[in-house]
Design a protein around this ligand. Structure first.
Ligand SMILES: [Zn+2]
Length: 274
């Protein structure tokens, strides 16, 4: 587990800034268009844990978990930006890990701001667009419709599928995972691709891939049967890791907060191996 500095305030600023959570949340809500954005109930986008203290340092992480909270507190942060928030496991009693997370948050006076689908879908700092750029791909359209919103991206390319897989594997390994792929011919070329980070391989995304004649689908993870169906549909799925494909958005979000409010920010890397 590591934490990486994302933004350090310029020494010239000198003035001790006072930044309330309300100001940061207002900025993030409007940047992400969180109001009315469709999402799963357990996402609970926005401020999940309040604080009346001024924010002095911001930590970002993919998952809200006890280790992340404790590392953030040890590093002097008092706001955590996460992609999978405190309520990701659904309605449950305050026992076990859920109790310990809440205890750690309250004991360290740590505020939490969570953003799920708004952060996947954002055109500048979203997981999907940033993963595409990291893979050298240029999105030209949306993909992976969820209710009224396209969460993912798609586009055209002329790149060897094996090369795309190698790039995905480098990203996966950087974040403690490994990329996998459904069967692919050695000299196969990727002409039309689509990306849906996280648990992106599903009946819906495969159907959409067929509809848009996508030949290569890049996701975080998916059930075993998606590789079977993809093979019979002539589609290759590259599974680059749920965790790895969702490290992009929270880091970019923290960078935005750091620059906007001149606050120090760090990324807390706690890989899940998936
Ligand atoms: Zn996810």
């Amino acid at each position: 587990m590591f934490s990486t500095v994302i933004h350090t305030p310029s020494p010239a600023s000198g003035v001790l800034s006072v930044t309330s959570l309300t100001r940061i949340a207002h900025e993030l809500d409007s940047l992400l268009g969180s109001d009315g954005f469709p999402d799963y109930d357990q996402a609970l986008n926005g401020v999940q844990v309040d604080t009346h203290n001024d924010i002095v340092k911001v930590a970002a992480a993919v998952d809200l978990r006890e280790r992340t909270i404790k590392t953030a507190a040890d590093q002097g942060a008092n706001l955590l930006l996460v992609h999978h928030g405190l309520f990701w496991g659904g309605l449950q009693p305050l026992r076990g890990p859920h109790y310990r997370r809440i205890h750690a948050l309250l004991a360290s006076e740590m505020a939490v701001y969570s953003s799920h689908l708004p952060l996947d879908a954002h055109p500048e700092i979203g997981n999907n667009v940033l993963l595409a750029r990291e893979l050298g791909l240029t999105p030209t359209a949306g993909f992976a419709r969820y209710e009224t919103i396209d969460i993912g991206v798609r586009g055209e390319s002329n790149v060897a599928t094996a090369e795309l897989f190698s790039s995905a594997d480098i990203i996966a390994r950087r974040w403690g995972g490994v990329a996998r792929s459904s069967p692919s011919e050695p000299h196969r070329m990727t002409k039309r691709w689509a990306i849906c980070t996280g648990a992106g391989a599903s009946a819906d995304t495969l159907r959409e891939a067929v509809q848009h004649r996508v030949d290569t689908l890049i996701v975080g993870e998916g059930p075993h049967w998606t590789a079977v169906d993809a093979d019979e549909l002539g589609i290759v799925i590259i599974y680059a890791g749920h965790y790895a494909t969702e490290t992009f958005g929270v880091r970019a979000l923290a960078d935005h907060v750091g620059r906007t409010f001149d606050l120090p920010t760090i990324f807390i890397d706690v890989p899940t191996g998936l």
